[in-house]
Design a binder for this molecule. Structure first.
Ligand SMILES: Cc1cc2nc3c(=O)[nH]c(=O)nc-3n(C[C@H](O)[C@H](O)[C@H](O)COP(=O)(O)OP(=O)(O)OC[C@H]3O[C@@H](n4cnc5c(N)ncnc54)[C@H](O)[C@@H]3O)c2cc1C
Length: 399
């Protein structure tokens, strides 16, 4: 086994670290306080090839693979989780339905601008009454005038409302099934229900962006409700096949989980680094606080868990790059890394004492940013369901 990253990936990591030190870290606190979405910084990331890292070269991307993406995310996410969260959504869930199921024409039209960083995508699955239970969504797409008429509301959609936004890829019900039952919120048991994936460009009549949601963390990331009222789109805005929409959406969640796991890993390692720094600088009772065993043991536990999370995240990325099944590995990486991120953020605040609780401290921002990692891209309860399912009905522990 080779635990060393390839030379070109290490060079990429150094480039991202320099960029983060120069262009992100000095401004992150201000972006957070003012809830400013730094689209100019995303454009600079585009100039470095970071916005199209997972996009094939023929669409203007770098096709660098998941291991390289995780290595880059470790550096960007350590500087600012808000900015990194927008990059995460752009790189994976917002663009992979098009990449995997879109036609050549659709991909050129809506994915290539993302790789060039002139625009960014967004993806919309959850609704006010259905989140984990994707089958319970109520947004409808019905055939009309040679296209589709969409009605419904999407909730918690990231990066749809910025001045770089291109449109949103969404999931809608296209047929309620023979019995007309709608599955509701209670587990989606409606037989024969059909789903489609659609791209709705910005500016389409009937597509309205709701208010921007104010959040516990990720303040510099745009998240909002989207409302579709008799919103007509042409037939060529259907992505993939009518009837396969839900399956398509589920499939692109796996790479998204690797990305969120990498985001969590970056938060955990940043929290550890801040804790180590404070432990060696702060003195009480005439000694550095890191010399107290209670503090040293916290640092030791954090460091051990960060390394364990790193191993899981890179293994999932390596499986994906090797073309092997990785659904279970991605769920494990997301589950574990997000819980480690929360434990590390909490313990780092504790080590910072009162200074960790004031808004000016960097660790307080990371603490607030940590919670969403256990919720987004499928909650951790859902990750446990996915892992359990692969153990009891799937390919087994190594699948
Ligand atoms: C800031 C933010 C940004 C987001 N960005 C996007 C985005 O860009 N695109 C997008 O599509 N989505 C996005 N989401 C949505 C996110 O993925 C959902 O919030 C998440 O999947 C959970 O859905 P929910 O909030 O409706 O919770 P619910 O599904 O209502 O769950 C509530 C609780 O019940 C538990 N639960 C539900 N079902 C089960 C079950 N079967 N077994 C065990 N426990 C269960 C959950 O784990 C959770 O603890 C975002 C969310 C947030 C908060």
């Amino acid at each position: 086994m080779d635990f060393d990253l390839p030379d070109e990936t290490r060079a990429l990591q150094r480039m991202c670290r320099d960029f983060a030190d120069r262009e992100i870290r000095p401004y992150a606190a201000e972006w957070s306080e003012t809830e400013h979405v730094p689209t100019g910084t995303y454009k600079k990331m585009g100039e470095l090839g970071l916005m199209g890292m997972l996009v094939e070269e023929r669409y203007g991307g770098g096709d660098a693979g998941f291991v390289a993406y995780v290595a880059a995310m470790e550096e960007i996410g350590r500087a600012d989780q808000s900015l990194a969260s927008g990059w995460n959504a752009h790189s994976t869930i917002a663009s992979l339905p098009l990449a995997t199921f879109g036609t050549e024409e659709q991909t050129q039209r809506w994915r290539a601008p993302g790789a060039a960083a002139t625009h960014r995508g967004a993806v919309g699955l959850p609704e006010p009454t259905a989140g984990s239970d994707a089958r319970g969504i109520r947004t409808r797409a019905v055939r009309a005038d040679g296209g589709w008429l969409i009605n419904g509301t999407k909730m918690f959609i990231t990066t749809a409302g910025t001045d770089m936004s291109l449109g949103v890829t969404l999931l809608a019900v296209t047929d309620d099934g023979a019995d007309g039952a709608d599955g509701g919120n209670g587990g989606g048991g409606a037989g024969g229900k059909r789903f489609g994936t659609f791209f709705v460009p910005d500016g389409t009549a009937g597509y309205e962006k709701g208010r921007r949601l104010r959040k516990l963390g990720w303040h510099a990331c745009d998240t909002r409700e989207l409302v579709f009222t008799d919103c007509w789109i042409p037939d060529d805005h259907l992505i993939g096949d009518d009837g396969n929409g839900l399956k398509q959406f589920m499939q692109v969640l796996d790479p998204g989980r690797i990305s969120v796991a990498a985001l969590a890993l970056s938060l955990a390692s940043a929290a550890l680094e801040m804790a180590v720094r404070h432990s060696t600088e702060r003195e009480q009772f005439g000694r550095r606080i890191g010399d107290f065993q209670a503090v040293g043991h916290k640092l030791a536990d954090m460091a051990t868990e960060v390394e364990a999370a790193r191993a899981l995240v890179y293994r999932a990325a390596w499986l994906a790059d090797s073309g092997r099944p990785y659904a279970q590995a991605a769920a494990m990486a997301k589950l574990y890394a997000s819980e480690v991120a929360n434990r590390c953020a909490r313990d780092s605040v504790q080590i910072h004492g009162g200074y960790g609780y004031i808004r000016e401290s960097e660790i307080s921002r990371f603490y607030a940013d940590a919670k969403i990692l256990e919720i987004g891209e499928g909650t951790n309860e859902v990750q446990r369901n996915v892992i359990a399912r692969t153990l009891t009905t799937g390919p087994g522990a190594r699948g």
